[in-house]
Design a protein around this ligand. Structure first.
Ligand code: ATP
Ligand code: MG
Length: 601
């Protein structure tokens, strides 16, 4: 049975709850804002705790959240900002299905991704839940766009995405069901894509400014897709998952996955006098620390040998013992499109030893050997011996094994030299990625046959860009950037309400009358006001007001006797007294001025 009520109700007979709500749209006494005294222990990030406690979100399952009414109002404001700024640069909104036939992802080789939620319809046909929509939009475009005259084109949607994240975290920061803005651009040549990309970049800067989110734009790793420019918008937060490196002398900033390092052009130390390489037993010592402890040396005298597979072919990579290999750098050095660790079996076959004992001496001659730039300045080092429980000491490249191909291979870290300024040093901060803009090129159009005809009648794959922004993640990012020990401090542009009107003593007739009147006139002035008329102690109301973070607090209390109300900001509690008669107009003016401060020039 789907319905058990007569609907609509006969004219004039509203159910009691409906009636209440119609009369009292934004009275806290009838609103739905279930706050919590305490957030669950699992909530580590301030934004997660505050959004739970303030009654903005509620968890249904790991990484699956309801947006409660307050949270939903924030989401809708963020959406609206994103929509307006996209429309401003000529974007056109559409809405694609969340149900995506698996065969569409087969066309680009993405149907096997771990991140996908999968399901079958009643005929056993496989579907996925949309995790991003490149394939869906490209399918539309290949049937609808055939001429250069139909471009440039920018289509976007704001929609729920599904990703079976291995580690959902931080509430809506990394959820398994989340709201994303995703835009896709279609152009006929690389210059047009560049122009489009710059427009999106500008639009993103404006979006985040309007949300009150201070972002840092960083170079990002394109991974397998390659293509042109590719940048992420980060907010700096100590609880962020992304490591960001920033040059202290130039504007360069990059995700650690991407961050380049300059070639230090080191001079190789002389090898005359270095004793011949010698095998030493290192029983049970596998890790760098264990080997160092055993041989009484330091990790910078060790060279790690990592066996990887790039585009299906094995390759060996050397980095210093105290460094990490950046697999993407290795992939780029080989102009490859995919990279992974070699499996244990292949490692055993290539080195003759179990995993953990590989070394560069005696590897198959046809196995490409790459080494990080830094190792050019190192000789007489320690490596694995391609034999269980053994290492080689006094190893020299160019003597004991052929000179490798030098490349930038290691993960950058704080203190490393900047790739963009001769005296620059990289600093590390933590970031939360709120947006990502990406020149895709022809990866999807080529795979899916989305072609257009140019002015001369020749066919080419369409040149694409894609632009993602985490709408629901932004709500958390805003809280991460704007809070104190008492609660959230929303920028007025994304606050659930602009003003909270606090009636201190509901029993007091003059206070109540003044508050009711102010509530009406604020609404008449177009102010979004939440009226806390609850029958609660004033202390509770003040605490809740601070917790939910509405930027302007209007207090109707004892001062009413002198015809006054108190106005204060969530960020600056110094009260300002306003005469009751003009309060609504003055507050409305203040709201306008505060909003204008977020408006880009
Ligand atoms: P991440 O590296 O954080 O997993 P991603 O690079 O895979 O994200 P994109 O495909 O670039 O994400 O998605 C565009 C935007 O969507 C991101 O910049 C981020 O703001 C948001 N987003 C991505 N994954 C999630 C998630 N699991 N929960 C909430 N927002 C997300
Ligand atoms: Mg991304």
């Amino acid at each position: 049975m789907y319905t058990y009520q007569v609907y609509p109700p006969p004219q004039g007979t509203l159910l009691p709850a409906q009636q209440r709500r119609q009369q009292n749209p934004m009275r806290a006494s009838h609103y739905f804002m279930p706050t919590l005294r305490e957030a669950p222990a699992e909530a580590e990030l301030p934004s997660h705790r505050l959004l739970l406690r303030g009654g903005f979100i509620r968890k249904l399952a790991a990484g699956v959240y309801t947006y409660l009414p307050l949270g939903w109002r924030v989401i809708r404001k963020i959406e609206q900002i994103v929509r307006e700024e996209s429309d401003r640069i000529g974007g056109i909104e559409l809405f694609m299905p969340a149900l995506v036939p698996q065969e569409l992802l087969d066309e680009t080789g993405r149907s096997g991704l771990d991140i996908l939620f999968r399901l079958k319809d009643r005929h056993q046909r496989p579907f996925t839940l949309g995790f991003t929509h490149e394939e869906v939009i490209t399918d539309i475009i290949r049937h609808a766009v055939s001429s250069y005259r139909q471009m440039p084109l920018l289509l976007y949607q704001i929609q729920t995405k599904f990703r079976d994240e291995p580690r959902p975290r931080g509430g809506v920061i990394r959820a398994r069901e989340f709201i994303m803005y995703d835009g896709y651009s279609f152009d006929a040549d690389a210059d047009a894509l560049e122009t489009m990309y710059q427009k999106l970049r500008e639009a993103y800067i404006r979006m985040f400014q309007r949300m009150g989110l201070p972002t840092l734009i960083v170079d990002a790793e394109a991974g397998a897709i390659g293509g042109g420019s590719n940048e992420e918008f980060m907010i700096i937060a100590s609880g962020g998952e992304d490591r960001v490196l920033q040059c202290d002398k130039s504007g360069y900033a990059a995700n650690a996955e991407r961050c380049e390092l300059p070639d230090p052009k080191l001079t190789p130390p002389p090898i005359e006098g270095v004793p011949p390489a010698e095998k030493v037993a290192t029983p049970n010592a596998r890790t760098v620390e264990e080997v160092c402890a055993f041989l009484n040396t330091t990790p910078d005298r060790l060279v790690k040998t990592l066996l990887m597979r790039v585009d299906g072919k094995p390759v060996a990579a050397l980095v210093r013992g105290d460094r990490e290999l950046n697999p993407y750098k290795l992939m780029h050095a080989l102009h490859g499109e995919s990279v992974e660790m070699l499996d244990a079996e292949t490692i055993q076959r290539l080195t003759g030893a179990p995993v953990g004992f590989a070394g560069p001496v005696g590897l198959p001659a046809d196995l490409p050997l790459y080494a990080d730039y830094e190792l050019r300045g190192l000789q007489d080092f320690i490596t694995g011996a391609n034999e269980a429980d053994a290492h080689l000491i006094h190893v020299c490249w160019g003597r004991d094994f052929p000179e490798p191909i030098w490349a930038d291979l290691r993960v950058a870290q704080a203190g490393d030299p900047s790739p963009r300024h001769p005296e620059g040093i990289l600093q590390e901060v933590r970031g939360i990625e709120v947006g990502h803009i990406f020149q895709l090129g022809t990866k999807y159009s080529q795979a899916m046959g989305a072609l257009f005809t140019d002015a001369e009648g020749n066919q080419h794959p369409i040149i694409m860009g894609c632009y993602g922004l985490g709408v629901s993640r932004c709500m958390a990012a805003v809280v991460e950037a704007h809070h104190d020990e008492d609660g959230i401090r929303f920028p007025i542009t994304v606050a659930p309400f602009e003003v909270i009107l606090i009636l201190v003593n509901p029993e007091d007739a003059s206070q109540r009358a003044a508050a009711e009147q102010l509530y009406e006139s604020l609404q008449a002035h177009g102010v979004e006001v939440l009226y806390d008329d609850r029958d609660e102690r004033s202390g509770v109301k003040f605490k809740d007001a601070d917790l939910i973070g509405i930027p302007i607090q209007v207090v109707v209390g004892r001062a009413v006797q002198d015809g006054q109300v108190e106005v204060r900001l969530r960020t600056d509690k110094t009260p300002d007294k306003l005469p009751l008669e003009t309060a609504a107009a003055q507050i409305a003016e203040r709201v306008r001025a505060m909003k204008a401060a977020y408006q880009p020039k």
